[in-house]
Design a protein around this ligand. Structure first.
Ligand SMILES: [Fe+2]
Length: 289
C-alpha cells in the first residue's frame, strides 16, 4: 500500500533487474492483504522460492493438474490461483510433495481476495450496480460479504439480467422473489452460512454460490415471515468468483508492465445436460506486453 513499496518496485522495474516470485508475492499481499484471510486458510506462497526470477505468470481460479499443465505449456514461471489446493486448516499427507512435483511455484490469494477492499465481494457488488456498499457482517474480525442498495429499486426481471450478465453461470433461486429489488446482500463463492445475516440486514436478495439443499429450505422458512419477499440466488461458485482471474491479471499487468501475464479460464466443473453451456471449454487469454 505504502508509497515505499510502490517506489521500490518502480525503481526495480526501471533498473532492469529481474522480477522475482518474492516481488510478485509482495504486490499480491498489498492488494489482497493476508490479514483479510480467514483463520487456517492457505494463502501466500504455497510452493517455490521467493528469489526465483519471473518472466511470465498464469492466473487461474483453481490450481489443479489442468492448471499446472497449462502453466508449463504456456512457459509460465509462476501460477497464481484463487483457490488453494487444500481445504482450510489441513494439508493432506504428501500434499506439499505433490505440489513440488508440478515444478511451477504457486501463490494463492483466497479469502483475503474475497474480503479485502477491492476484492471479489466488492467487484461482485460493483458488477450488480450496488451503491453504498458495506460489509454484510464481521466474522473473525473480517468484513465478510457485502450489502448495498439498488437505486432506484428495480423489478426482479430487470435485476435478474444484471446477475445473469455478471455470473454467466446457471442461476437457481430459493425463497419468495420480491416485486422490487432495493437492497442486495452478496458473498463471492460459497456464502450459504451468511443467509441469516442477509435476511437480518433487510436484503431483498442474497446473491452467492453453492447453496445446499437444507440452506435453500431455510430460505423458504425465512421468506414466509416477510411480506415483501426474500430470496437467495445461487449464481454459481464459478460465476461469483471468475472475475478473480481478470481483475488480478489486470492489476499485475499494471504493476509489472514487463511481465507476460496470461489468464487461464478453465471450463466449469459441471454443466447442465444437453450442453447448453458450450462457450467455456477452457481458454487461454493474455494481458500485458
Ligand atoms: Fe471459492
Amino acid at each position: 500500500m505504502g508509497e515505499g513499496r510502490e517506489g521500490r518496485r518502480r525503481r526495480k522495474l526501471r533498473s532492469g533487474k529481474s522480477i522475482s516470485v518474492g516481488d510478485v508475492l509482495e504486490f499480491l499481499n498489498e492488494i489482497y492483504p493476508p490479514s483479510f484471510a480467514m483463520e487456517g486458510d492457505h494463502c501466500g506462497l504455497l510452493c517455490g522460492r521467493r528469489r526465483v526470477p519471473v518472466g511470465s505468470i498464469l492466473v487461474v481460479l483453481d490450481p489443479d493438474r489442468r492448471a499446472f499443465a497449462e502453466a508449463r505449456s504456456a512457459g509460465a514461471d509462476l501460477l497464481i490461483s484463487h483457490h488453494p489446493p487444500w481445504a482450510p486448516g489441513r494439508i493432506p499427507p504428501g500434499g506439499r510433495t505433490r505440489l513440488r512435483a508440478e515444478r511451477v511455484p504457486l501463490i494463492t490469494a483466497h479469502t483475503n481476495a474475497d474480503f479485502a477492499p477491492g476484492g471479489l465481494c466488492d467487484l461482485l457488488a460493483e458488477d450488480l450496480g450496488l451503491e453504498r456498499i458495506r460489509p454484510l457482517m464481521q466474522w473473525q474480525g473480517l468484513p465478510v460479504g457485502r450489502v448495498g442498495l439498488v437505486r432506484p429499486p428495480r423489478s426482479w426481471r430487470l435485476f435478474r439480467g444484471r446477475i445473469e450478465r455478471s455470473s454467466d453461470d446457471l442461476l437457481r433461486v430459493s425463497g419468495v422473489l420480491p416485486a422490487k429489488v432495493g437492497k442486495v446482500a452478496l458473498c463471492s463463492g460459497a456464502g450459504g452460512d451468511l443467509i441469516p445475516a442477509a435476511f437480518k440486514a433487510g436484503a431483498d436478495l442474497f446473491v452467492t454460490g453453492d447453496i445446499k439443499y437444507h440452506s435453500a429450505r431455510s430460505v423458504l422458512e425465512l421468506a414466509r415471515g416477510r411480506r415483501k419477499g426474500f430470496a437467495v440466488v445461487d449464481a454459481g461458485h464459478f460465476g461469483t468468483e471468475k472475475r478473480f482471474i481478470e481483475a488480478t491479471a489486470k492489476r499485475l499487468a499494471r504493476a509489472f508492465p514487463g511481465l507476460r501475464i496470461r489468464r487461464w479460464v478453465d471450463r466449469r466443473p459441471f454443466e447442465p445436460l444437453g450442453g447448453a453451456w458450450s462457450r467455456c471449454r477452457g481458454r487461454r487469454e493474455e494481458s500485458g506486453r
